[in-house]
Design a binder for this molecule. Structure first.
Ligand code: PLP
Length: 395
């Protein structure tokens, strides 16, 4: 009766939702403090004080026209500031005509995919990945092609990507630091991928775009660096948001940056601007465009996330779990001690631990733990993880 494909997709996205519902049930029985909910990537921290101050400034401003429609790409002066900020980072000439302000990374991805794809064209996604990509690609008329990353390190398997490329390949989505693994793709692997793409493009006479989904790009630890995608790949599009870096997920603010090295980039920009309107976003929220433009260098307290990562990572590995230490984002992707990650999550729920099966991210055999939660909850959860490890003979 309803959209068939989307009804089917509900099944796939049901794992996080199922955990969420299980959490609500357990909280009713055991009380909020005794359920350890690691299921959602919804930051517990508040936005930085300077961001809230800037917001107050604009809310109290009597600047005329502040709440009106604007160019569908966003305020030109905001886009110019974003372009200048990015140009410093990537070393590629950018100006306001390379920037479209959007309603978060999710909107940026939808606009970009729809702007690039003709019916049936393929988009390679690197598993494990943020589960919505599949739906976004299909909504844009494309076909997702899943390529696994290298076992356990979760780095790009360039040979496997190369094998997956066909004459219908249009783009590859890269998400680094990655949700769900926290991995930062190495510069070496990205440069190798760039060479492989150039070779394939020449061989097949096609254009392959890199769509870089970067909401976690400023959440990195231990001095790790995230290689700049715009400077490595000629045909690249960087999509960013302030949902995680400024803890503003409910405000729906982000941008698309198209590389000036894309042939015909002006036309791409015009298509994206039209799509921002016709997909129904119209324009990014006006107040928050202004707010982020004044705070491009600001981020939430990274040390706070690092402390939480270390607390959980150290405890989990001490009691016997296996996990790659994440270099960024706020997720741990832990190897399930049994093959069936869904069954393992059910076992964890007996100790009031809510984890998400890796299967939901096309990463079976693992579970995702989102540590963007209250420190007290992490402390209270540690005993439950020890009990879980004992049940599975790890400790
Ligand atoms: N991409 C990834 C990898 C994410 O993890 C998320 C949200 O969790 C998004 C995109 C969507 O972000 P936004 O809230 O900016 O739309």
């Amino acid at each position: 009766m309803f959209n068939k494909k989307l009804t089917e997709n509900l099944e796939k996205s049901s794992m996080i939702r199922a955990m969420f519902e299980e959490g609500a049930r357990l909280k009713k029985i055991y009380g909020e403090d005794n359920v350890y909910d690691f299921s959602l990537g919804n930051p517990e921290v508040e936005p930085p004080a300077e961001v809230l101050e800037t917001l107050k400034k604009y809310v109290n401003s009597d600047e005329p026209g502040l709440h009106k429609y604007m160019n569908n790409a966003g305020y030109p002066e905001v886009r110019a500031k974003v372009a200048a900020y990015l140009q410093k980072k990537c070393g590629i000439a950018l100006d306001e005509s390379n920037i479209v302000m959007v309603c978060g990374a999710a909107a940026g991805l939808n606009v970009t995919l729809k702007a690039l794809l003709n019916p049936g064209e393929e988009v390679i996604v690197l598993a494990p990945f943020f589960v919505e990509y599949g739906t976004y690609i299909e909504q844009a008329g494309g076909k997702p092609v899943i390529v696994n990353t290298i076992k356990d390190s979760f780095q790009i398997d360039v040979e496997a990507v190369e094998k997956a490329i066909t004459d219908m390949t249009k783009a590859i989505i890269i998400n680094s630091p990655n949700n769900p693994t926290g991995t930062i793709y190495s510069k070496e692997s990205l440069e190798k991928l760039n060479k492989a793409l150039e070779k394939k493009e020449a061989e097949l006479g096609i254009n392959i775009f890199i769509i870089s989904d970067e909401p976690y790009v400023s959440l990195v630890y231990d001095g790790a660096e995230v290689p700049n995608i715009l400077s490595i790949f000629k045909k690249s599009i960087s999509i960013n948001s302030f949902s995680k870096s400024l803890a503003l997920p409910g405000e729906r603010i982000g941008y698309i940056a198209t590389s000036s090295r894309i042939p015909g980039v002006d036309e791409l920009f015009s298509v994206m601007v039209t799509l921002n309107r016709t997909l129904g976003f119209v324009n990014a929220p006006s107040l928050f465009q202004k707010v982020i433009a004044d705070n491009l260098d600001v981020a939430v307290d990274i040390d706070n996330y690092k402390m939480k990562r270390d607390m959980l990572y150290n405890h989990l590995t001490k009691v016997g779990f296996k996990c790659v230490k994440p270099q960024g984002a706020f997720y741990l992707f832990v190897k399930a001690p049994i093959e069936d990650d869904v069954a393992f999550c059910k076992a964890a729920a007996k100790y009031n631990l809510l984890l998400v099966p890796g299967t939901g991210f096309c990463g079976p055999g693992y579970v995702r733990i989102a540590y963007c939660v209250d420190k007290g909850m992490i402390e209270r959860s540690l005993d439950a993880f020890t009990k879980l490890a004992i049940e599975f003979g790890l400790n």
